[in-house]
Design a protein around this ligand. Structure first.
Ligand code: ATP
Ligand code: MG
Length: 420
C-alpha cells in the first residue's frame, strides 16, 4: 500500500458530522473537501433499495427526505460501546453488523483521502470523545476497539487515537500569539468534552504535550440528546406521549423515547416493533393520535420528525426567536412551535449537567471558576452555538471571555497537527 511519508491524516468521525484534514511536513493543516466544496459531511448513510447503491452525507439525507425507497442510518457513533453494535441488519440483501456499517462509512472516507492526496498518509489519527460510555471503562474500551477495528477494515491500517477536546485545543493553538491557559469546550452531537490545557506558540512544536494537559472530562450528552428532549416535550405528545387512555393510564412511553432518539429509530421499523406499536391502540382514548404514530412508523418517517425538531432547534438558536417544528408533510397544518423560553426550559437539566462537567474539569485542573482562572473558554462543536449553553457557561464562569472556534472543522485540523 502506498503511504505518503511525512504526512498526517486527521479523521473526526462525529456523531452528526465528520471531517478530515491533512498536514504535510511542518505545514498547516488543511481540511479536505468531502462533498462538493463542503469540508464537513453529515455522518449518514442511505441504502437505496431502488438502485442498490449506498449513499453518504447530504446525498443520503436528501434521498431519504425525497421519499426514495431505502434505509437511512444516522448517529452510528452512539452505538459504539453498546450491545446493539454487533446486531445484524439486512442491507442490499446481505446481513451486516452496525460495526460493518461504520466501517463502510470510514471506507468512503479512506477513498476520499486517497483520491484527494494520491494515497493514504503514513500517520492516521482518529478522534475519540473523553468517554464513549459514561462510568464504564470496560465498555468504553470496547467502543474504541470497535472503532479501531472498523478503521482497519475500512483500509486505514494502523490508526492512533487522540481525545477530541485535545485535538480542538491544538487547532486553536495555531491561531494564538501568546501563551494562555484555556478551557476547551467541545459540544457535539453525541458528547460534551472538556480540557484545561496550556497553549502557546512556543509549546506547539514540543513532541510530548502531556504536561500541558491539566485535566479532561466528558459526558455523553450532546445535540442529539437536546433533539430527543425537545421532541419528547413538543412533538411526541402529538403522537400520544402523555396521553391518558380509557383505563386512566398513560400510553407506555418506550416507543416515543426510541422514536426521538436518532440512533434507535431504525429498530422501530422491524415487524415485531410495528406489531407492538399497533397493539398500543387500546391504550389511546383518541384514535387519531395513534393513527399518526402508526403513519410515522409504517412510512418510516422517524428521521424526518427528528430532522424537523433539529431544524427548529437550530432556528431558535441561530435567530433567537420562535421557530416551527414543521410537520405538514405528516398531516396538513400540523406543526409545533418552539420558543426560546420553552427551549431553555426543556434543555435546562441537560445543560446543567454539561456545565457541571465543565466545572469538574476546572476543579480537576486545580483552577478556580471565578477570578484568575483560565484565560479563555474556547467553544467548538455544533451544539456550542446554543445561546442557552453560552449563557449558562457565562453564569458559571463570569470572568472568562468566550472565544468561538471553527465549530465543525477544528477537531479534524487539530488531529492532523497531533501526529508528531
Ligand atoms: N446553530 C446551532 N445551534 C444549536 N445546535 C446546532 C447548531 N448547528 C448545529 N447544531 C447541532 O450540533 C450538533 C452537531 O455538532 P458537531 O458536528 O460538532 O457534532 P459531532 O462532532 O458530529 O458529534 P460528537 O463530537 O459528539 O461525536 C447537532 O446536534 C446539531 O443539531
Ligand atoms: Mg465532534
Amino acid at each position: 500500500m502506498t503511504r505518503l511519508r511525512d504526512a498526517t491524516l486527521g479523521i473526526d468521525f462525529g456523531t452528526s458530522n465528520s471531517a478530515m484534514a491533512v498536514r504535510q511536513g511542518s505545514g498547516r493543516a488543511r481540511l479536505l473537501a468531502l462533498e462538493g466544496t463542503a469540508t464537513g459531511l453529515p455522518t449518514a448513510l442511505f441504502f437505496n433499495t431502488e438502485d442498490q447503491r449506498t449513499h453518504f452525507g447530504r446525498d443520503a439525507i436528501e434521498q431519504y427526505l425525497s421519499g426514495t425507497e431505502g434505509r437511512l442510518m444516522r448517529s452510528l457513533k452512539s452505538l459504539l460501546g453498546s450491545a446493539l453494535l454487533q446486531d445484524k441488519t439486512v442491507v442490499h440483501n446481505s446481513a451486516v453488523s452496525y460495526q460493518d456499517i461504520i466501517a463502510l462509512f470510514l471506507q468512503m472516507l479512506a477513498q476520499q483521502a486517497r483520491s484527494a492526496l494520491g494515497g493514504l498518509p503514513e500517520r492516521v489519527l482518529l478522534g475519540r470523545p473523553v468517554h464513549f460510555v459514561d462510568d464504564n471503562p470496560e465498555r468504553d474500551q470496547q467502543a474504541q476497539a470497535a472503532l479501531q477495528q472498523a478503521a482497519h477494515d475500512a483500509g486505514f491500517g494502523e490508526v492512533s487515537f487522540q481525545l477530541e477536546p485535545i485535538a480542538a485545543a491544538l487547532d486553536y493553538e495555531q491561531r494564538i500569539s501568546q501563551e494562555s491557559l484555556v478551557l476547551v469546550v467541545d459540544i457535539g452531537g453525541g458528547t460534551s468534552d472538556f480540557t484545561v490545557v496550556r497553549l502557546g506558540p512556543q509549546r506547539a512544536g514540543k513532541a510530548d504535550r502531556s504536561g500541558d494537559v491539566l485535566a479532561t472530562t466528558g459526558v455523553h450528552i450532546g445535540g442529539t440528546d437536546f433533539d430527543r428532549k425537545l421532541s419528547q416535550a413538543r412533538v411526541m405528545p402529538l403522537l400520544g406521549l402523555g396521553h391518558i387512555g380509557p383505563h386512566g393510564r398513560e400510553v407506555p412511553s418506550k416507543v416515543f423515547h426510541d422514536l426521538s432518539t436518532w440512533h434507535l429509530i431504525q429498530w422501530l421499523y422491524a415487524p415485531q416493533a410495528l406489531r407492538e406499536a399497533q397493539a398500543l391502540r387500546s391504550d389511546y382514548r383518541q384514535p387519531a393520535l395513534h393513527a399518526r404514530l402508526m403513519a410515522v412508523l409504517q412510512q418510516r418517517l422517524g428521521h424526518r420528525v427528528a430532522e424537523a425538531v433539529e431544524q427548529a432547534k437550530i432556528g431558535v438558536s441561530a435567530q433567537g426567536h420562535a421557530a416551527p417544528v414543521r410537520l405538514e408533510w405528516l398531516e396538513p397544518n400540523l406543526q409545533a412551535l418552539l420558543s426560546p423560553d420553552e427551549m431553555e426550559h426543556d434543555l435546562q437539566a441537560l445543560l446543567a449537567q454539561v456545565v457541571a462537567c465543565a466545572r469538574a474539569c476546572l476543579q480537576l485542573a486545580g483552577v478556580p471558576a471565578q477570578g484568575r482562572g483560565v484565560d479563555a473558554i474556547y467553544l467548538t462543536g455544533g451544539s456550542s452555538a446554543l445561546r442557552s449553553l453560552r449563557r449558562a457557561l457565562a453564569l458559571a464562569f463570569p470572568d472568562t471571555p468566550q472565544v468561538e472556534g471553527d465549530l465543525f472543522g477544528g477537531v479534524a485540523s487539530g488531529l492532523a497537527c497531533a501526529g508528531d
